[in-house]
Design a protein around this ligand. Structure first.
Ligand SMILES: Nc1ncnc2c1ncn2[C@@H]1O[C@H](COP(=O)(O)OP(=O)(O)OP(=O)(O)O)[C@@H](O)[C@H]1O
Ligand SMILES: [Mg+2]
Length: 270
């Protein structure tokens, strides 16, 4: 093995799933994110916090191929991902949910999952014309797989309901289910608790921990809900104005003067 291959093999062996180094992006004159580093070990539960406009969602957009960074590296499972298309990030095992729920609201719960599963299937042109038996078989498999996933997430009884008719907390859960349909190893959650009532947030904390174990995931979440982040994350990165201003365990972050000031101004307290 060359040195380089050895290093990559070692980093995978050591459980390092994602290495982000000096990541940056400019929009015209605005450096939305700069010098951003992130190291995720397989199986961890990580958080990104920071005031509005800090660059958190922009980081997710770079980690999923929606934005192409202008600087830096994204190494996922030992492979450089900068410049890859969105579907290659998905195929490599990165899935996400969005800050605002993005479901097909007029479709059923089941259909929302089926569409996510269909995206991974390539049909030949001819089978699309003739609805071949191979295609029908594939559709049956997708139906079974979608139902099984909904069952695992406690959503099976809602299968035939319109997505928009679900209570908000369950719409969020359905979005997570849809992300899981692509069989990810890294799940990115953008403000999963936004708009939830306190009971829903409690349930979400349990759900995230359970889903991580059940599906063998590494989770990275963006959140403004500080109690949730502090409770469930092993490690937190704090951003402000596109930069990392602190990172560490929840206890360290809670007592970090720069973090408290960024959120609450001088003299503030969590
Ligand atoms: N496509 C774009 N074109 C121009 N500017 C952008 C674009 N995307 C993001 N930005 C800018 O980048 C900065 C960071 O935005 P981003 O959405 O990442 O913040 P955020 O930390 O997710 O904030 P919030 O907590 O409000 O969701 C903002 O100034 C935003 O206006
Ligand atoms: Mg955001």
């Amino acid at each position: 093995m060359t040195n380089n291959t050895t290093n990559i093999a070692n980093s995978v062996l050591n459980g390092r799933l994602l290495e982000v180094e000096k990541l940056g992006i400019r929009f015209g004159g605005l450096q939305a994110v700069g010098e951003f580093d992130l190291h995720l070990d397989a199986g961890g539960l990580y958080g990104i916090i920071g005031p509005n406009g800090a660059g958190k969602t922009t980081v997710f957009n770079m980690l999923t191929g929606i934005y192409r960074p202008t600087e830096g590296r994204i190494v996922f499972k030992g492979k450089e991902m900068v410049g890859e298309k969105i579907h290659n990030f998905t195929a490599a095992g990165v899935a996400r949910t969005f800050q605002n729920v993005r479901l097909f609201k007029n479709l059923t719960v089941l259909e929302n999952i089926e569409i996510a599963l269909h995206n991974g299937v390539e049909y030949g042109l001819l089978s699309a014309f003739f609805r071949s038996s191979a295609m029908r078989k594939k559709e049956e498999e997708i139906l079974d797989e979608a139902s099984a996933l909904l069952k695992r997430l406690g959503l099976l009884s809602y299968s035939e309901k319109k997505a928009s008719s679900l209570p908000y907390g369950l719409q969020r859960r359905l979005e997570i289910a849809r992300a899981l349909a692509t069989s990810p190893t890294l799940l990115l959650l953008d403000e999963p608790a936004a708009g939830m009532n306190p009971q829903e947030v409690d349930q979400l904390a349990q759900d995230i921990r359970w889903i991580k174990e059940e599906f063998g995931l590494t989770v990275l979440l963006i959140e403004h809900h500080m109690a949730l982040v502090m409770e469930i994350c092993d490690h937190i990165t704090v951003m402000n104005f596109g930069r990392t201003i602190a990172d560490g365990a929840p206890g360290e972050i809670r007592n970090n003067r720069m973090v408290v000031e960024a959120y609450l101004g001088k003299g503030g307290k969590f």
